[in-house]
Design a protein around this ligand. Structure first.
Ligand code: SF4
Length: 317
């Protein structure tokens, strides 16, 4: 029998992609805490938004919960990379719990900014997505009602501020760079004196992953973002791909979820991964492509990353 010849598929691999320094650090914090304090170590909220990461940490001895009242007083608890409202460590302190904060230092920086503006008497406008844990954490740095949330240009246009001459803005770290520029422009038009960071608070990893997708989107017939539906930076990558020339773009959690019928007719497939998606899930998807196609890989690198964050002192041997 003559074996049917595989169709050609060129994979354009966006780089940088996948894990960022904040995610690396958060995972390492949970692993070190388990080594140091034994099993189980509790983690409040998914340490990073990725099922695979969560399951592999569960196998090592982590227990994931949503709220602190699910954690016994005598076990350590780690707070996720997204950050937590001030009330959470305060409650852990009140209960004399051992807690380790895995909040990404770039999220902590936004927390400090909002506090500084509040202390200076400014109302803080936070650009972000309602309900995302990072937004809940950042809003929770200040007393209830002190932060006004703006999600898009329309909300910026109709924002009513108590003291329009005394405003500052901050942003979620994982937003679309382009959308945020438009929202900030709308705020600046309406409130010319509004203060804000020199660059938006969008982190280096989000910015770099979006730039890499912009570089390949126009050359792809289809583009897959490996990531989780609750991962903000992954969802933004899907949108960026569509905006920059690859309408056929979608989020896939891992190779097993891939709808191969969707790919029929595509000759050039873009692949990237959100900041919380491990590279092994990308390798897995490429291997699955190789089973079905004669694959050629072209890596398109837009920048190199060398950011590394230190672990909390309590975990350093
Ligand atoms: S995506 Fe950015 S802000 Fe979030 S953990 Fe990674 S580096 Fe930190």
């Amino acid at each position: 029998m003559i074996k049917s010849k595989k169709k050609q598929l060129t994979i354009l691999l966006a780089s940088p992609r996948g894990f960022c320094a904040g995610v690396d650090r958060a995972i390492l914090i949970v692993e070190r805490a388990i080594e140091l304090y034994g099993r189980p170590v509790y983690v409040r909220h998914e340490i990073v938004h990725n099922r695979h990461v969560v399951e592999s940490l569960e196998a090592k001895g982590a227990i994931f919960v949503e709220e602190l009242d699910e954690v016994p007083d005598d076990r350590p608890v780690v707070f996720s990379a997204h950050g937590v409202p001030k009330a959470v460590p305060a409650e852990a302190g009140r209960r004399n719990m051992l807690f380790i904060d895995a909040t990404c230092p770039l999220v902590s920086k936004v927390h400090r900014e909002t506090e500084r503006h509040h202390e200076a008497g400014r109302t803080v406008v936070l650009i972000g997505h309602a309900g995302h844990p990072e937004v809940v954490g950042t809003m929770g740095q200040l007393p209830a009602g002190a932060v006004l949330l703006v999600q898009d240009v329309a909300e910026a246009e109709r924002l009513e501020a108590p003291d329009p001459h005394n405003l500052a803005y901050a942003t979620q770290t994982t937003l679309s760079v382009d959308d945020t520029i438009e929202i900030v422009a709308a705020l600046r038009r309406r409130f010319p004196g509004i203060q804000g960071p020199k660059m938006e608070d969008i982190c280096y990893a989000t910015t770099n992953r979006q730039a890499a997708v912009k570089a390949i989107a126009g050359h792809c017939d289809a583009l897959v973002v490996i990531g989780a539906p609750n991962s903000s930076n992954s969802m933004r990558l899907v949108e960026v791909a569509a905006t920059y020339g690859c309408r056929k773009s979608r989020l896939v959690q891992r190779a097993a979820d891939m709808d191969w019928a969707w790919l029929v007719g595509a000759r050039r497939l873009g692949i990237t991964a959100g900041a919380s998606a491990p590279d092994l899930l990308v390798d897995e998807l490429i291997a699955a492509c190789r089973e079905r196609y004669a694959v050629t890989i072209e890596e398109v690198r837009t920048t190199r990353e060398s950011v590394v964050f230190k672990l909390p002192r309590a975990l350093v041997a």
